[in-house]
Design a protein around this ligand. Structure first.
Ligand code: DC
Length: 229
């Protein structure tokens, strides 16, 4: 059976990566977390003092853009590919609320997007890929055979993210997480370059009231329909 491309877009913490990982495993496809790539560039900018609460040195970041190499390496124990920045595993470092605070700003920079989109297209050139993000069905793979657009209420999403951060041992408040989710929603969907919008041919899935199992069953049906069309 020939392989397809599956694009999963949606607001932050809608469970895109969970379902993308489940699907990739189920189909034997490669999973690519495109948000991790924007997070990696953001982490680089933070480490080089190019972004903080008070400033964002866009020119400084552009000067160093060619030095930033983001890659993925499959970790069999975890069952997914971890993200590396210039050869160093930064999977844990990019998941903090601090990185989340700055990532949407970094993702507004067209040159950053162009570099990452080119890399994403390369990774999906052979098909057999499940990629999640904000512009996968609209910009990266406009011809993807299956496009999903995930939604859930901001409170539901913030609660999920808050539980994840607590589980990691991070000291955060629910209010701070909710504020970050709402701010990112706004920036991601209002930026000039490739804003988060639902592709015309994407299928919307609101998972506010769906269990992971129910959601996966629903999505498997959609995949099977495309594979056997
Ligand atoms: O999926 P995530 O929450 O890890 O993504 C982090 C940020 O990266 C998100 O707020 C917006 C940006 N992003 C993007 O602009 N385009 C993508 N394809 C993926 C993520």
């Amino acid at each position: 059976m020939s392989k397809i491309t599956i694009a999963i877009d949606g607001y932050s913490s809608t469970g895109k990566s969970t379902v993308a990982k489940q699907l990739a495993k189920h189909l034997g496809y490669v999973y690519v977390d495109s948000g991790a790539m924007y997070r990696a560039v953001t982490y680089f900018a933070m480490e080089h003092g190019l972004i903080d609460e008070n400033h964002f040195d866009v020119e400084g970041l552009l000067d160093k853009l060619s030095e930033i190499k983001v890659s993925f390496k499959f970790n069999a124990a975890l069952g997914f590919a971890e993200v590396y920045l210039n050869g160093v595993n930064i999977e844990k470092e990019i998941r903090t609320l601090e990185v989340s605070r700055f990532v949407s700003q970094v993702a507004t920079v067209p040159q950053v997007r162009a570099q990452l989109v080119q890399h994403q297209k390369q990774m999906g050139a052979e098909k057999g890929v499940v990629m999640d993000g904000r512009d996968i069905g609209t910009v990266v793979f406009p011809d993807a055979e299956l496009k999903l657009f995930m939604t859930a209420s901001a409170e539901t999403r913030a609660l999920r993210r808050y539980s994840e951060l607590l589980e990691r041992g991070d000291d955060v408040s629910f209010e701070a997480v909710l504020k970050n989710v709402e701010e990112r929603d706004y920036i991601d969907s209002h930026r000039k370059d490739s804003p988060l919008i639902k592709a015309k041919d994407a299928i919307e899935i609101d998972n506010s009231n769906l269990s992971l199992e129910e959601q996966f069953d629903e999505i498997k049906k959609l995949v099977n329909k495309v594979l056997h069309a």
